[in-house]
Each structure stands twice: as C-alpha cells, then as structure tokens.
Design a protein around this ligand. Sequence first.
Ligand code: ATP
Ligand code: MN
Length: 483
Amino acid sequence: MAFNKRVKIKELLEKDYIGQEVTLMGWVRTKRSNKNVSFIALNDGSSITNFQIVADPNIINEELLKRATTGACLKIKGKIVASQGAGQQAELNAETIEVLGDADPEKYPLQPKKHSLEFLREIAHLRMRTNTFGAVFRVRHALAFAVHKYFNDKGFFYIHTPIITASDAEGAGETFKVTTLDLKKPPLNEDGSINFKEDFFERETNLTVSGQLEGELAAMGLADIYTFGPTFRAENSNTARHLAEFWMIEPEMAFYDAEDNQNLAEDFLKYVINYALENCKDDLEFLDKRAAEEENAKKADQRSELGLLERLRFVVENEFQRLTYTEAIDILKNSNHNKKKKFQYLVENWGVDLQSEHERYLVEKHFKKPVILTDYPKEIKAFYMRQNDDGKTVAAMDILFPGIGEIVGGSQREERLEKLTQRMEEMHIPTEEMWWYLDTRRFGSTPHAGFGLGFERLVLFVTGMGNIRDVIAFPRTPGHAEF
Ligand code: ATP
Ligand code: MN
C-alpha cells in the first residue's frame, strides 16, 4: 500500500465511514488522557474540524502515546466508530500509531492556548497549523479558484504578463529595481550616471507594478482576458492594507465601456464572495466567531454593525451604490464629519485626492454599502484613462468596500491616439518608449476597459481579518522578507 493512502478528515466528516478501517495522517492539536484511555484531536489541514482518535493503552504502547504531544505528526490506523461523546458524530479507535515526526513540547512554539496574530506573524513558518490560518488559507484558495472559474465560464483567457518590465506602468508607485550590475562599482556614463547598457537587459528594469498595459495588448486580439499574478510596489506605507508584494487580478475587455466595466466588476465581486459563502461554510463560521470576539474587544462606537457572515451576504444581495467623484465631494464637504473637523484631511475643494478616511466615511457611514466612485479629476489619475467630454474628468472607477476602502481601481481606457499622446506629453511620459502601447491605438483601436482587484484586499474582506499581513502566506513589507 502506498505510504500516503490515507483518508482526509474532510471526507470522513462528509461521508459515512462507520465500520471501515482507515489510515489518518495529521498533526496533534491536543491530547487528553485518563487512566483508561487517551483522546487525541488530530488535524490534517483538510478541514477546520479536528478528528477524535481514541487510544486504548492496552492496545497502543504507552511510550508511543507519550510522544503524541501537541504538534507531533502521526500516522494512525484503526476503525471508524460512532462516537460515544458529544461534539462529534464519529471517532477512530486506534489500532496502530506511528510517530512520523516528534515535536518536543519544551521547544515547540505553538501551544493549544491562544497566540496573538503578531506573535504568529513572527513564526509564519508554523502558523498554517493554527485554526485561524488554516481557515484563512483555505478561503484564500477557494477565492483564487473562483476567480479562474468565473472568468473561464465567461470565455476570458488567462494571460501571464511579465514580472520584469522596463516600464513603470502608471507611475503607480515606487518600483523595485532589477539588475545584475555590481552595486559596489557599477559601470558609469561620462556624466557619472549608471550605464544600464551594460546591465543584463541593456536597459533599466524593475519588477512590475501592474500587468495592465500588457493586458491591454492581449485584449486587442483576444478581446476578453485577465491576468492574475504578483505585483510589487516599494511604497513605504506601513499600513494594514499595503504589501510590497501582492497579487492582482486584472481583467481587460475590448468593446467594453465604463458602464460595462462597472457591471462586470460588481458581478465578479459578488460571484467570488458568494462562492466562498457556499464552499467555505465551516471556515467562514469559524472566522465569523473570531471576528466577533475581536469586535467585542473594541469600544462600542468602533464596532461594525454587521458580523462577518452578515456583511458578506449583504454585499452579495445588495446593489453597489454608484456615484461620481463630484457627487462624493459634495457629500463629504457638507458632512457633519467635515464640518466638525473630524477628518484628518478636511475636504474643501473639488480636485483633491480622496484619503482612505473619506472613502471609508462614504461606505461605512453615509451609504452603508459598497460604493463605485466614477469620473475622477484627470489630474489625480493615470494617463491611460479615457478623457470625458467635460475636459476635466476621466472615466475612472474605484470600488470601495467597508473596512477596506479601495478594493478595485479601474477605468475605460483612452482609445483615441491623439488624445492619448497629448495626455502622455502633458504628464511627461516618454511616447517613443511606449511605441508598442501606442501601436494598439494606431492599428485597429477600439473602446476597451478593465480594472485591477488587489487579491489580498479581497481575502481580507472575506475572512474578516484586520491586517493584510495575515492573509498572504509570507508577507513582504518594509523591513520584512523572512521565510
Ligand atoms: P491605494 O490608494 O489603496 O494605495 P492604489 O490606488 O495605489 O491603491 P491601484 O494602482 O489602483 O491602487 O491598484 C489596484 C488595486 O490593487 C487596488 O485597488 C488595491 O486593491 C490593490 N493594491 C494597490 N496597492 C496595494 C498594496 N500595496 N498592497 C496590496 N494591495 C494593493
Ligand atoms: Mn487606485
């Protein structure tokens, strides 16, 4: 029999195995013993639920049982029987136990007690073995799968855009340089600047901040495409919503206008959230309770009105509020919050960029639902956004979520060559270097649109976790690149 011929706990919970001989493998969460018997709660990662192993010291060698401490990895054979105790339907009567890996209780850092999320971040190599992170990463997986399923079902093609690029797509943020030059003595030009002609790519390169520009190229042939890949931003923002390495989903659609784009984004978000609701029930119920405990520790006026599951259902069942930037500025300017100077950045003039406190005010206090904000001033948005007829705004859309702020940023793209080059010149973006991008507007141009969804912000929303560092396996943030 193959070593790994085992039954997963998830399957034991879903199907009737009573009376059958099975092999389980997994990690000990807890062990309780009395004179007559030991109970081991085993977890194998397939489910949040532990499976109860009953070990009779007359059958299982006592020395062996002693080694079954929290964290140890076991292979157990035995028969599934109906459980005597409350709390579970079935349990396994152990016939043989093999210790695959000991975990010295004196040294193993994870104990059955509650550890803080901050502490667990420092032992990110072990945190997958906790209930919370098991749940988070199973939900993350389900969401990633739902993303591919949604687009595949709609006839979109998955494009892998480059990770090393020579363009700072949109000036979206500070980039990480990619080079093989000797940092101690790089080759120099006569004027003292670095001679990148001698670098690996014979030009300056960096890690991508977005796959959009290449996504657009693909959409101009395949029509409906999406990317789902890592992006890198060296922004030094030490917030609970920013990572230096994060995953972004970027659909790009030929023949879509701004409204089509909004419709797709709303439908897509509802689909993936609903997918998690339907496929991650146990994990989300666990996370719902975890979030409720965290809420209860807050002051009454800072608690959110809805629990996690209620919030997810609310988003799936209600229409997002759509309004323009101009309308939003009016609401913010005239809000009591602004008048009483409760914003850190007061809203006075049309044209200012919205801070996350403003976005959250609109979503959490004013509309109390997700908001799609459109038609931003062109000065605060990227060069490729389609210019509106008013000469002041562009066909941008940001989607704002409760507790998160911006979750999606997108736009209808400028498909008119002249308008695009004129805007690039105004913004000092070198048009010669971007010849390939402009070629799509020279040859067979068409209205098209797309958006970028920060995957970790979605996972943050769906799991109800408070910090983006807790929804990616090994977070990269300023000062942190361990594991
Ligand atoms: P923000 O204003 O929140 O920093 P942004 O305007 O820089 O975001 P975009 O360039 O529009 O973001 O990127 C698209 C999406 O990528 C955002 O809506 C967000 O969900 C996500 N995102 C952007 N920056 C980060 C980051 N540093 N870490 C995680 N997700 C991010
Ligand atoms: Mn944005």
